[in-house]
Design a protein around this ligand. Structure first.
Ligand code: PMP
Length: 288
């Protein structure tokens, strides 16, 4: 069935949802976005996603086409118009139509696109048996050059690392920062478990401030686990008891091999499985 897409001021048919070739979102990757889940018709962590989007926009001096409440309402309208019970929302703000030059201030109005669709998850087998990853040689963007907290339309740094993963026949790559510390995966945040303690790189290491990450940290602390933000090295990943990734699309997923080294006993560990379960039922409102 053709989707209804929100374009700027209202819903249009998918076939009408078109953008100018002069939109700087296309010409320069000049824009910001969010990926958001819908569980049981409810937009998950809606406020946190809208807040992050506004922060991303503010950081690049991108004018938002509407206020937070109005934007939330537009997202809800798009979800309902497509009868999405369980799905994925892509919320995009582009700099808008401008000239061929860089100058963002010559662009007319910012563009707003909201797509609500079904989601393609990793195969169930990955959740049960765990995933394999490699270390990317592509260094994550220097956090002082362009803050990775800005969820921008330019994902080339991550895409080049993703290609390294795919070339190695694995679905994900771990990215390290300019100092050699773990930053994040190409589309997910990284956690390890070491002697019962849960560790994740601090935001300064150069990862996105993941919303799933925040929720998982809260859930883990509720379970009585100590969660610490620590710089992690490749050695830490090679020697940890458990390794898992978090993200909007992946939720919580165990990693059982990195660079051909088996993690733990080669199966998703007990803490990974517990947090996956807790996250799964939390997101679907089973414990509310
Ligand atoms: N890092 C990157 C680079 C991402 O693209 C994502 C997915 N949006 C994440 C981490 C995870 O963030 P979140 O939990 O907010 O989806």
């Amino acid at each position: 069935m053709a989707l209804k897409i929100w374009m700027n001021t209202g819903l249009v048919d998918e076939s009408e949802a078109k953008l100018s070739v002069f939109d700087h979102g296309l010409l320069y990757g000049d824009g910001v976005f969010e990926g958001i889940r819908v569980y049981g018709g409810v937009v998950f962590e809606h406020e946190a996603h809208i807040d992050r989007l506004f922060d991303s926009a503010r950081a690049i001096r991108l004018a938002m086409p509407m206020g937070k409440d109005e934007l939330r309402a537009a997202v809800e309208t798009t979800v309902k118009a497509n009868a999405i019970e369980d799905g994925y929302i892509r919320l995009i703000i582009t700099r808008g139509v401008g000239t061929l030059g860089l100058n963002p201030f010559l662009c007319r109005d910012s563009g707003l696109i909201i797509i609500a669709d079904k989601i393609q998850l990793y195969p169930e087998e990955f959740y049960e048996n765990g995933m394999k990853v490699v270390s990317a040689t592509t260094v994550r963007n220097h956090p002082l050059a362009l803050s990775p907290k800005i969820k921008s339309l330019n994902y080339l740094n991550n895409i080049v690392a993703k290609i390294e993963a795919l070339d190695n026949d694995v679905p994900e790559a771990i990215m390290y920062n300019h100092l050699g510390y773990v930053a994040e995966a190409t589309g997910d945040n990284v956690f390890i478990v070491q002697k019962g303690v849960i560790l994740s790189p601090p935001p300064e290491a150069g990862g996105l401030g993941g919303i799933t990450r925040d929720v998982v940290i809260r859930l883990a602390r509720n379970e009585g686990y100590e969660v610490l933000e620590r710089n992690l090295t490749r050695y830490d990943l090679y020697t940890c008891d458990e390794l898992f990734l978090t993200g909007t699309a992946a939720e919580v997923i165990g990693v059982v091999e990195i660079d051909k080294r088996t993690i733990g006993d080669g199966k998703p560990g007990p803490i990974t499985r517990l947090l996956r379960e807790r996250f799964y039922s939390h997101a679907r409102g089973e414990n509310r």
